[in-house]
Every structure is written in C-alpha cells, then in structure tokens.
Design a protein around this ligand. Structure first.
Ligand SMILES: [Zn+2]
Length: 167
C-alpha cells in the first residue's frame, strides 16, 4: 500500500533514521514519527466500596466490562478528557481526586496507547449508559468481572494499594 504525505501529497518512503524505520516524505522531507496514543481512564467508587465499570459498546473488546475510558481530544487536558468520558459513558459528574498512574497498553488497533488513570469523586450515583457503553454498573471489588485491558487491571491494583496507605 502506497502512503502519501498529508502536507505536500508526495509519496512517503521508508527510511532508516537513527536505526529506526520511519516513513519520510520524498517531497518535503516530513518524517512520520509514531507515538503512543494518549488515553484516560476513570476509577470511581461509590460509598459501598464498589467500583464503576462499563460494558463496552465499541471495539476493541466490545461487550466486555472495563473502566470508563477514552482518547484525549486535541484541545483537552487529560483531566478534562477523563471527566468528559466519564460523563458521556456513565452519566456521572465528578471531580478529580488524584492521579493513580500512567500505563502502556498494547493493542492491535492503535499498536500502543498511553493510559492515564485518575481517581474521581462522583457527585452522585445516578447511572445512565451513553456513548460507547451498553451498560454501566457498580461492582463489588471482590467480584469484578474479567477486564480485558492489562492497563485497567494495573490501575485498579494501584488504586487499591493507594487506598490502604494511611500517609
Ligand atoms: Zn511532504
């Protein structure tokens, strides 16, 4: 498959740059660097020590349960993005409580995503599945369904460990 430069329309060629194969424009010299795609996830608990999950309505892993999550839009901060995704997918308004961690997530579709997970304090517990979510539910943390993303599993584990620490 031929690829073309989005700046000048000339053909891209694979070149060896600093030991890495990169697409480079034969016309203007533009180099296509590939980077992980930034995404955010929300860790939200209710007053009963339960965790909020959504049943995904989009690939990858459509139909599986996972943390509310999504990609950061170009004009957004990670904090804006996570609050927007949470509201869109679950109907929950919230405020950022703390950063839980930053994780790499390999995936077929995007090769590699960079997931930033925040703990969010919900303003209420009214749930309304929306955008990209078939269903939304609080689960007992002792009986979570099998979550397909390793980055979400690590986020949950890290959040639990932070919760145990007293200082
Ligand atoms: Zn070009």
């Amino acid at each position: 498959m031929k690829r073309y430069c989005f700046q000048c329309g000339n053909e891209l060629r694979i070149t060896d740059l600093d030991g890495k194969k990169r697409f480079t424009c034969s016309g203007c010299g533009w180099i296509r660097y590939e980077n992980p795609l930034p995404a955010v996830a929300a860790f939200v608990e209710n007053g009963k020590d339960e965790l909020l999950l959504i049943k995904r309505d989009a690939e990858p892993y459509k139909g599986r349960w996972a943390l509310p999550s999504g990609f950061i839009e170009i004009e957004e901060t990670p904090e804006d993005a996570v609050l927007r995704e949470l509201k869109e997918e679950t109907g929950v308004d919230g405020t950022i409580e703390r950063l839980i961690g930053v994780y790499s997530q390999r995936c077929k579709l995007y090769k590699n995503a960079l997931l930033i997970t925040y703990k969010i304090k919900p303003k209420g517990e009214y749930l309304c599945p929306g955008d990209d979510a078939k269903d939304v539910k609080f689960f007992s943390k002792k009986r979570l369904p099998k979550i397909p993303f390793s980055s979400h599993i690590k986020s949950i584990k890290d959040a639990q460990e932070m919760g145990k620490r007293k200082c």
